[in-house]
Ligand binder design. Sequence first.
Ligand code: ADE
Length: 254
Amino acid sequence: MHVTVLTIFPELFGPFLETSLIGRARERGLLEIEVWNLRDFTADRHRTVDDEPYGGGGGMVMTAPPWIRAVRELTAARPAWRVLLSPQGRRLDEALVRELAARPALVLLCARYEGIDERVAECVVDQEVSIGDYVLSGGELPAMVLIEALSRQIPGVVQLAESVVRDSFRAGLLDHPHFTRPPVVEGREVPPVLLSGNHAEIERWREVAALRATRAKRPDLLAGAELTAAQRRELARLEQEERAGVAGPASDRR
Ligand code: ADE
């Protein structure tokens, strides 16, 4: 997969692109990422990227010509799906990550939030993407969030294919809780089944624990989740308990 990033702060991407999974994926050629400075596509001596808003009001607006020139030049030889990071976009979730990961090439436009001339979106953007309903100062962190989520979908980037398959949201549920040494922390023991060596039992425990975590922390996800037989049984049991007034979702926490 090839990702081109356009920003006025290319330096923000340095260590992010060199470290850990993303750094290794790039070294191994699984992921190609280019970061371009929008100012390199300006036409004036001052490398201007913004101007006063028509209609008045405070702040500055990012001017369209450098964006349009940059996107056209950078996609001339390699057509790409062009994404503007913006709080007005479609909210990023695992389904959107997978849709975007299926595209061979992306261009990510990182605007500063004060505003970008509307004609950029009209002329050189295929899709606006938001990473959540809050406003950041620019699209750089959202672009990094997207790149990291995308990279995990590329075969070979995450060592254990299984860990991606099992990760949160893959089946529409949260991940099960994890434990490692020491066996007792602040008087809290590891669930004994995880020490049993019985892999079938452990797998069943994890399925049920994922269901319980989802129900306690993100019950809204249950409607769209694909449940295993063990998970359906556990959900029915929890619902029955709740109807009988034994335990509410808050006490499902482990
Ligand atoms: N730019 C500013 N805020 C943003 C957000 N929440 N998502 C994507 N891009 C943004």
